[in-house]
Design a protein around this ligand. Structure first.
Ligand code: SF4
Ligand code: SF4
Length: 407
């Protein structure tokens, strides 16, 4: 049964507070979980709040969401925000939207508030997958073949599971039911198109986000169905059910950055993450370190680049900007209210912090791989200086992304 916000707040008080020991492996992941830690409720997520909380909800936020549904309107008289840009952006969201809207009459938004559910029954008996190491290698191989750019595996960690999901119908909380025994989490990374991100902020850059979600949905459903066909449980999840960032870090896919995002050695910050909860016995990966924390200590490109001043500079802190931040975790945190407010001003999601981060570069280039080694060495200041000198991260005019009429 769905409950309203008042009930949710009471239940949250009783269910969120769990004593936790400080875990050294968390510190190596870039966050330190304190004894006052409380699990996060999805009703506090800034996107959920944009539906009911007057602090976040406004005419502008209504307009922001409506731009994803009205392809014949030109929403801003600015280059990169014209009808063709919105038409493409909205098309890239189409696959993710189909799954999200499929069961709206049942108060589900698959992939955003609820797990992806378009799955068939699997085998009634479990196939022996061999050793956990062999099983993990097999799943990763299948995932990459299905389109995943990055794959890692880690242990289920109850701390990152939402205390409740957000219910659109109730404009409040509903239970977050996850079957017992799903002790392993496969984390999938989808690289976002670098040339689109270069145009941020523009409606065109939102196409990188839309494609990330749509491709993520396809890969997550494919691998979840594969696991079910082998006789195992699998729950594919995008933004729903649990926080993705700590899982991506624990699964060894990247390090935590000052802009609150994961930075990977393959694509920098330009990645989206999904996850699959499963009972298939898989070997786990370990967190990695390649100099991100040390670079963030001397860099502030995202801080100065952020138009809404949502990214503070300075050391990690447990201070919360507002209720959309995690309670009881010492880390770098952004102000989601300020960030979302900017999105509603430009009628598009913003990826400026992704674009300006020096780690966001094309690592198929030997020069950039060399830069990454320099960035992870004591010569990181030189790496930062080189990044600024070469002008990487400058905004590309969206009009230059489309072929010119003569091409
Ligand atoms: S997405 Fe844009 S507004 Fe939000 S934190 Fe990043 S740079 Fe700032
Ligand atoms: S822009 Fe600089 S400070 Fe911000 S996340 Fe990237 S490396 Fe860290």
């Amino acid at each position: 049964m769905h409950t309203g916000k008042g009930d949710a707040a009471k239940r949250a008080k009783t269910r969120r507070r769990i004593p936790v020991a400080i875990d050294a492996s968390d510190i190596s992941c870039g966050f330190e979980v304190g004894n006052d830690f409380e699990r996060f409720s999805q009703i506090d997520d800034v996107f959920a709040r944009s539906r009911y909380d007057p602090v976040v909800h406004s005419e502008r936020s209504e307009l922001f969401f409506s731009t994803y549904r009205k392809p014949l309107t030109e929403w801003r008289a600015a280059k990169g925000f014209q009808q063709n840009d919105y038409a493409f952006r909205n098309a890239t969201w189409h696959v993710a939207d189909v799954f999200a809207e499929m069961h709206e009459s049942r108060d589900r938004r698959d992939g955003f508030l609820d797990p992806l559910s378009m799955l068939r029954d699997g085998a009634s008996e479990q196939v022996d997958l061999g050793t956990p190491t062999a099983a993990a290698a097999m799943i990763k191989h299948a995932a990459r073949t299905a389109g995943a750019d990055l794959v890692g595996v880690t242990a289920y960690d109850h701390r990152w599971t939402y205390t409740e999901r957000f219910s659109v119908k109730a404009s409040g909380a509903k239970p977050n039911d996850l079957p017992d025994g799903l002790n392993h989490v496969i984390v999938i990374g989808q690289a976002m198109d670098a040339t689109l991100i270069e145009t941020s902020p523009s409606a065109l850059s939102g196409a990188a986000t839309g494609m990330g979600y749509s491709q993520d949905a396809v890969v997550l459903l494919t691998i979840a169905q594969y696991l079910r066909n082998l006789g195992y449980q699998a729950v594919p999840s995008m933004n729903d059910t649990a926080l993705a960032v700590p899982y991506a870090i624990q699964a060894g896919l990247g390090e935590y950055g000052k802009h609150g995002l994961v930075i990977t050695p393959e694509f920098g910050t330009s990645v989206r993450f999904g996850k699959i909860f499963t009972d298939a016995p898989l070997a786990h990966d370990r967190p990695i370190s390649f100099g991100v924390k040390e670079m963030c200590e001397i860099c502030s490109a995202c801080v100065t680049g952020c138009p809404s001043k949502a990214i503070p500079d300075g050391a990690p802190t447990a201070e919360r900007h507002n209720r959309s931040n995690l309670q009881g975790v010492t880390k770098w945190s952004i102000d989601g209210e300020k960030c979302f407010s900017y999105w509603t001003k430009i009628n598009n999601d913003c990826s400026i912090c992704v674009r300006v981060c020096p780690f966001t570069r094309d690592y198929t280039s030997a020069k950039n791989r060399l830069w990454l080694r320099l960035a992870g060495s004591p010569l990181r200041r030189l790496a930062l200086w080189l990044d600024r000198r070469e002008g990487r991260g400058a905004r590309r005019q969206a009009a230059t992304w489309w072929p010119s009429p003569s091409e």
